[in-house]
Design a protein around this ligand. Structure first.
Ligand SMILES: Cc1cc2nc3c(=O)[nH]c(=O)nc-3n(C[C@H](O)[C@H](O)[C@H](O)COP(=O)(O)OP(=O)(O)OC[C@H]3O[C@@H](n4cnc5c(N)ncnc54)[C@H](O)[C@@H]3O)c2cc1C
Length: 371
């Protein structure tokens, strides 16, 4: 039986590993960190994923995720509009969800290597050789589910890596009085901050900012006080919330450039194949959906001697493009509406006066429920 190596244990990697092992395909998954851990993410998952997660018995019901049905948008100067969400979503922390999925993966037989960063991958004679700082491994299929940016992208000289990205991400968990069914997106100069609830009465407070804001102000705290607080909704949240962990989780170099779903014969999934702007709240749904599509193709390849690697790569690329390329384009266009006083006012005004248009745009950045 062919063996599969999965590099990166976020949602796309963990879910791919579980689906493959349930089809009796041996899987080794490499995750550079040790579960459980926090990561920068708004932790709002579109409900389009629920039928699929339930079909795998992997909807995290036992955590009682927040059920989110309304969307509030505020502009830099504090105008606000609230819309119902057609599809809605649920809120669960990645700390809990990824760790829970990792335990499920181990239980079904995935060989999970934690604290194992893959720093080299080589393809020769139809086999991959992967190296971590401890050991080398070989496999017939390699999945790149290592997120938005990795050392491996630099080593493969992927085209998106050559352009620097100006965005940084910051994430907290807080206790405050945020309505359980509401996700809010508050604009500030050259950025936006989302807030929505997760499990255990906590709210996720997460923002994306241009790195120049940080350069100008000198520190995260100064950035928040001098720039975010100009939006009165944000000032109110930051002043009144109880912060559960400080300092926050932070990341930089968040890129929304196009990528290729297959690179050097490695099948990419989730953010490694293409990252949608966080304001769409759809990256995790895409990571989950891409695990479904990818697993189907790998199962077919592993179980049918007559299927060539070339067919595997081209059919996966085709289906990936059909499913996600349009959504990524809408996300990039929407990103331009946010972050300046003028355009964020315009976006709130448009949403206030043309609610069906705003709901149409939201639906265009999302997929349909899948199972
Ligand atoms: C600020 C911000 C807010 C967001 N908010 C939302 C939201 O509210 N809703 C939503 O749906 N999406 C949101 N997203 C997007 C979402 O977080 C991602 O789309 C999603 O996490 C992608 O999942 P993934 O499995 O592809 O990668 P990840 O979840 O990033 O997992 C990748 C894993 O690979 C590991 N790794 C990396 N390199 C290596 C290596 N060389 N070897 C081994 N392991 C490695 C990493 O440690 C990590 O655990 C947000 C993103 C940002 C930046």
């Amino acid at each position: 039986m062919k063996k599969v190596a999965i590099i990166g244990g976020g949602l796309s990697g963990l879910l791919t590993s579980i689906q493959l092992v349930r089809e009796n395909i041996p899987v080794q998954l490499f995750e550079k960190r040790l579960y459980p851990f926090h990561r920068v993410c708004g932790e709002y998952i579109s409900n389009e994923t629920i039928p699929f997660l339930k079909s795998l018995n992997l909807y995290p019901e036992e955590f009682h995720p927040a059920q989110i049905k309304r969307f509030q948008l505020t502009s830099v100067n504090g105008k606000s509009v609230t819309l119902p969400l057609d599809l809605g979503g649920f809120g669960i922390s990645r700390y809990s969800f990824d760790n829970w999925l990792c335990q499920k993966a181990i239980k079904v037989g995935v060989e999970v290597h934690q604290n194992a960063e893959v720093n080299k991958i080589h393809f020769q004679e139809n086999q991959f050789t992967l190296s971590t700082n401890k050991k080398s491994f070989s496999s017939d299929v390699a999945v790149g589910s290592y997120g938005k940016r990795s050392l491996l992208d630099i080593k493969m000289n992927r085209s998106f890596i050559k352009k620097r990205s100006p965005y940084i991400g910051v994430k907290y968990h807080v206790r405050n009085e945020h309505a359980n069914d509401l996700i809010a997106l508050h604009n500030f100069k050259d950025g936006y901050c989302g807030i929505s609830n997760v499990e255990n009465g906590l709210s996720n407070l997460c923002y994306l900012s241009h790195r120049d804001n940080l350069k100008e102000t000198g520190s995260i705290q100064a950035l928040e006080e001098q720039i975010l607080f100009k939006n009165s909704f944000l000032k109110n949240i930051f002043k009144n919330a109880e912060f559960v962990f400080v300092p926050p989780e932070t990341i930089n170099e968040i890129s929304f450039e196009t990528k290729r779903p297959v690179e050097n014969h490695i099948l990419m999934a989730g953010d490694a194949a293409g990252m949608i702007t966080p304001l769409c709240g759809n990256g995790m749904a895409m990571a989950i959906h891409s695990s479904k599509i990818l697993s189907g193709h790998i199962v077919h390849y592993c179980k049918n001697e007559s299927t060539s690697r070339e067919t595997l790569e081209s059919s996966y690329t085709k289906q990936w493009q059909e499913q996600f390329a349009a959504r990524l384009r809408v996300g990039r266009q929407l990103q331009h509406l946010f972050g300046s006083t003028f355009t964020s006012n315009l976006a709130v005004g448009l949403a206030q006066n043309f609610k069906p248009l705003a709901q149409h745009l939201i639906s265009k950045s999302h997929g349909k429920p899948f199972s």
